[in-house]
Design a protein around this ligand. Structure first.
Ligand code: NAD
Length: 551
């Protein structure tokens, strides 16, 4: 069997591998390709344009086969979605080590990457696609919710009620935007050129309604805004055409951002191209397509700058659209900030980031039990309580039930330890896979996103994600990954991830305590090193040792 077919992770307690660590990797790889989870499972694409879980179906089959027979003292090596070796290691070592999409500096561009990809030598791993810890749109929902909450706090008195947010991109990640805005009580107008993306978000209850036309969308938006009623509206069309039109017509927009797949110019629809012709045109004439996509992105970004000049709160949402517009020659592309320096960095200084866990049992009740236990563990954390309550009400699980919440250094280890106890004492039906996005406090070098405008100018220093991966290997994570490109594209980022399996054993508990202390600890030391005061006080308060401060 080596062709496309539906994939779904097994549920329950019966193992098809030699232990839960291997079984977890197997289930999470399969879960990434579950049609409920992945955007294009037949192509092994999980999310983010072309982010894949395996290089090809033969590689997928080989990984499944190998994970089923992998021993507790062996490690499978994965090179860009293909298993290339099994080495004898030891029980504290990760069961899987993954390196995806990495190219040597001078060669790290889309053209060379695609040439090598066409030769079958590499694949695009995005962040959690090739590292097997994507949990569907919920994964990005909380980060997006927090970002819009920060926008509300900065500009609109703590709520988005009575405001209109204009954005585009309703894909795997971008699909979180409408729900994140309505959770903050605002109105969201979301453009996408793919009718299926709009339908899918409505089906998953992330989006409320679809408008028939721009006029209809604006009418719905203004009515809801005036009634201070949360509402999200999908609008079919090309953002590079609609945004300039809306700007020219003086659309009453308060906040503008974007999550089209702009990081990959072959995944952004140029003006004048029919959506149905997009894939064949991109495949047949990539250079021509790229030029036209970049020109369209320049028009899109120019309209965003126009909204900013007119007084709207405008930010780049981590898809490199400013970089692509600049490549097309638009001089003011970087006039508006990225979302990390604008809203997220203070959280990173505390080691906070997108912590998540998936129930390998497949039972929703396991997640509900962890939700409750987490609220009891952190009774004073109001935003955590608000998030978990809303997520419980509004998030529909995709694939294996999972939960995300942002926790910091000193919190993640407590949560992980408690989860492992809950597995060990039988409260939960089966083990949990505990991981995070690569978009985290100390695991990324990405000058257009996570490390944009660092205080000390260290934006492009990429030693940090490498140290992060190594410290996770040394601390006992179950699988560790180092990727290039991710959400911002080739040549623009290096990032690392880890997943640790809580199987209820004492050994797992010891590993989890170390990993979940050291992994967010990297965020604290990275930001201390860059000169952030908040990080320094967090380090002092939580006993994070920083040699250069011990003189
Ligand atoms: P995706 O490929 O699943 O979805 C992109 C959507 O954009 C598609 O539905 C597509 O139809 C639409 N689109 C493309 N061109 C368009 C155009 N001209 N007009 C209107 N719609 C258009 O991608 P995704 O997983 O949703 O990710 C979106 C972007 O966000 C990517 O660049 C990704 O790398 C980035 N990203 C950001 C974060 C973050 O934290 N902010 C995290 C992960 C990914």
């Amino acid at each position: 069997m080596s062709g496309p077919r539906p994939v779904r992770a097994p549920r329950g307690t019966e193992l098809s591998a030699l232990g839960w660590q291997q079984e977890a990797a197997l289930r999470m790889l399969q879960n990434n390709l579950d049609p409920e989870v992945a955007e294009h499972p037949d192509k092994l694409v999980v999310y983010g344009g072309t982010g894949k879980a395996a290089r090809d179906w033969r590689s997928f089959d080989a990984m499944v086969r190998t994970l089923r027979t992998l021993r507790q003292d062996e490690t499978m090596l994965v090179q860009s979605g293909r298993p290339v070796g099994v080495m004898q290691t030891h029980e504290w070592a990760p069961r899987v080590l993954i390196a995806n999409s990495n190219l040597v500096g001078d060669w790290a561009n889309w053209e060379e990457f695609r040439r090598l990809e066409a030769l079958g030598l590499t694949m695009y791993g995005q962040m959690t696609a090739g590292s097997w810890i994507y949990i569907g749109t919920q994964g990005i929902l909380q980060g997006t919710y927090e970002t819009f909450a920060a926008v509300a706090a900065k500009r609109f008195g703590g709520t988005l009620a009575g405001t209109i947010t204009l954005t585009a991109g309703l894909g795997g990640m971008g699909g979180a935007q409408p729900l994140a805005v309505t959770m903050n009580d605002g109105v969201a107008l979301c453009v996408d050129c793919d009718p299926r993306a709009i339908e899918r978000r409505i089906e998953h209850r992330f989006l409320d309604v679809r408008a028939d036309s721009l006029e209809h969308a604006l009418q719905l938006a203004v009515e809801a805004r005036d009634a201070r009623r949360p509402l999200s509206i999908g609008l079919l069309g090309n953002a590079a055409e609609l945004l300039p039109r809306m700007l020219a017509e003086g659309a009453p927009v308060d906040i503008v951002t974007d999550q089209t797949s702009a990081h990959d110019p072959l995944a952004y629809l140029p003006v004048g191209v029919d959506f149905d012709d997009m894939a064949s045109y991109a495949a047949e004439k990539p250079a021509d397509f790229t030029r036209r996509a970049r020109e369209s992105m320049a028009a899109h970004v120019e309209a965003m700058v126009g909204f900013m000049d007119a007084g709207a709160e405008v930010f780049d949402y981590g898809n490199s659209i400013r970089g692509e517009a600049q490549l097309a020659g638009y001089a003011r592309a970087f006039d508006f900030p990225g979302f990390v320096p604008a809203y997220i960095r203070p959280l990173f200084c505390e080691g906070k980031g997108p912590f998540r866990w998936a129930a390998l049992s497949g039972e929703a009740s396991d997640i509900h039990k962890t939700d409750k236990a987490l609220l009891d563990l952190f009774p004073e954390n109001e935003s955590l309580h608000r998030w978990i309550r809303m997520a419980g009400e509004r998030v529909r699980f995709q694939g294996l039930p999972a939960r995300i919440c942002w926790l910091g250094q000193g919190e993640r280890d407590k949560a992980g330890d408690m989860f492992n106890d809950m597995v060990g004492n039988g409260t939960l039906a089966a083990p949990l896979a505990i991981g995070r996005d690569h978009l985290d406090c100390g695991s990324v070098a990405s000058p257009y996103r996570e490390t944009e405008a660092m205080l000390d100018g260290s934006d492009a220093i990429a030693d940090w994600p490498l140290l992060n991966a190594m410290v996770n290997v040394a601390s006992g994570a179950s699988w560790v990954s180092i990727h290039h490109g991710g959400g911002v594209g080739m040549g623009r980022s290096l990032h690392a991830g880890q997943v640790s399996v809580a199987d209820g054993t004492k050994l797992a508990g010891e590993k989890i305590r170390r990993v979940l202390t050291n992994d967010p600890g990297m965020g604290v030391i990275r930001h201390v090193d860059a000169g952030y005061d908040i990080a320094e006080s967090v380090a002092e308060e939580r006993g994070v040792r920083i040699p250069m401060r011990e003189e």
